[in-house]
Design a protein around this ligand. Structure first.
Ligand code: CA2
Length: 173
């Protein structure tokens, strides 16, 4: 039996369940399910499984980050407004050792001043913001690229059931 494919966890914070219903000029017209499906499709092409959780509750997101430790390869997080003040999410992410991609649909730095501060950025590997809902696909690629850079790419996906074991690829510097 081959090893299960490594997992990228997508976390979406408060109000992102409303995507596609209001403020289309900022957040577009697609739903969160549409965007996660697009990110999942990219991640699966690259050999990863995707788990997704959206919650409007800080503690639920903290618990999900704890549950990812030692189990999930990378986290992509759009913390919604928690981005700007949740030190609980900051501390939980600091205890996760895999790549963390901070994701925003809009460019918070180009909006109201209070959105310019992120408490996630100091514990993130990198940030993708301002590319609209395409950001979900870009974030999946960024997480996979960072895992490859760290030398933990998944085995190539093969549809040949008779194929022998495959040595996982290693990134070159
Ligand atoms: O640009 C982003 O992705 C944000 O993380 C979205 C958050 C906002 O507080 C951050 O500053 C930037 C808000 C998400 C609210 O989403 C809605 C979508 C449709 C209708 C209403 C809210």
């Amino acid at each position: 039996m081959s090893d299960p494919r490594p997992t990228i966890l997508f976390l979406n914070g408060p109000n992102l369940n409303l995507l596609g219903t209001r403020e289309p000029e900022i957040y577009g017209t697609e739903t969160l399910d549409d965007r996660v499906a697009a990110g999942r499709s990219v991640a699966e092409e690259l050999g990863y499984e995707v788990e997704h959780l959206q919650s409007n509750h800080e503690g639920v997101l903290v618990d999900a980050i704890h549950g990812a430790r030692g189990r999930v390869a990378a986290i992509v997080i759009n913390g919604g407004a928690f981005t700007h003040y949740s030190w609980a999410i900051h501390d939980a992410l600091a205890a996760f050792s895999g790549p963390i991609v901070e994701l925003h649909i809009s460019n918070p730095g180009a909006r109201e001043a209070w959105r310019s501060d992120s408490v996630i950025t100091p514990v993130a590997t990198g940030v993708i913001s301002g590319f609209g809902t395409t950001g979900y696909e870009l974030a999946a690629r960024a997480a996979a690229a960072e895992l490859a850079r760290r030398g933990s790419s998944p085995s190539p996906v093969s549809d040949d059931a008779t194929a022998g074991p495959v040595t996982p690829g290693r990134a070159t510097a």
